[in-house]
Ligand binder design. Structure first.
Ligand code: PXP
Length: 237
């Protein structure tokens, strides 16, 4: 299973002070150096973290794979067509949400998504659709020529009881198998962390996971002590 890292939260931190630290490209290169298989960023309509220029700079500087998460809206589609990431992952987007809240309703949006997918294919860009683990949505993704799906793991990660988690894992597993059977690539993501990743990692039909928040949070835990020690050295010299 491959791992792609979503670096949106590095941009959130950078934007808090208006400068260029932490540097997004440096962060992406650290992820690649550590063995990540790809870099993911979400260019939101409100540009709350990633900005257009970030995507351009990442495109030029990373050597793995750039996955641009985005809503299928004309302005962002045009930007993506110009920048040419390796892959776009189409997600639903609401201005008020803290993070992506659910899968795309591919079944309902078939005709507009089909046109959008065609535009990307004409530019040689692969398209993944972020969907809930539902047969109807996955069938629709195949029908409109998506290359792959990213199964939304949100309900699994938010499940309260062990029994409920097990049910969600079974469903994700079943839908991953179904997706592969009908010829789609299958990725998964959302809310995955160091505690809940194992059952997902066991599903061999899932080829890649996309993880952001948990890794950036963990970086603070494992890096804060060293950062303090380095400053103490300077302050007390
Ligand atoms: N996949 C998709 C489609 C997402 O929207 C997000 C959040 O930006 C992720 C994966 C990563 O989620 P998390 O930050 O919870 O790991």
């Amino acid at each position: 299973m491959r791992l792609s890292i979503n670096i949106d939260h590095i941009a959130t931190l950078r934007n808090a002070r208006g400068g260029n630290v932490p540097d997004l490209t440096e962060a992406a290169l650290i992820c690649e150096h550590a063995g990540a298989d790809g870099i993911v960023c979400h260019l939101r309509e409100d540009r709350r973290h990633i900005r257009d220029n970030d995507v351009k700079v990442l495109r030029k500087n990373i050597s793995t794979k750039l996955d641009l998460e985005m809503a299928a809206i004309p302005e962002i589609i045009n930007t993506a067509l110009q920048i040419k990431p390796d892959l776009v992952t189409l997600v639903p987007e609401k201005r008020q949400e803290l993070t992506t809240e659910g899968g795309l309703d591919v079944f309902r949006l078939q005709s507009s998504l089909k046109k959008c997918i065609l535009q990307f294919h004409e530019r040689g860009i692969l398209v993944s659709l972020f969907v809930d683990p539902l047969r109807k949505q996955i069938e629709a993704a195949k029908k409109i020529n998506a290359d792959m799906i990213e199964i939304h793991t949100g309900e699994y990660v938010n499940a309260k009881s062990e029994e409920s988690k097990k049910k969600h894992i079974e469903r994700i597993c079943k839908m991953a198998i179904f997706g592969r059977q009908i010829g789609l690539g299958v990725n998964a993501g959302h809310g995955l962390n160091y505690e809940n990743i194992r059952p997902i990692a066991k599903i061999k039909e899932i080829e890649e996971v996309s993880i952001g928040h948990a890794i950036i949070v963990r970086a603070i835990s494992v890096g804060l002590e060293l950062a303090v020690r380095e400053m103490i050295m300077l302050v007390k010299r």
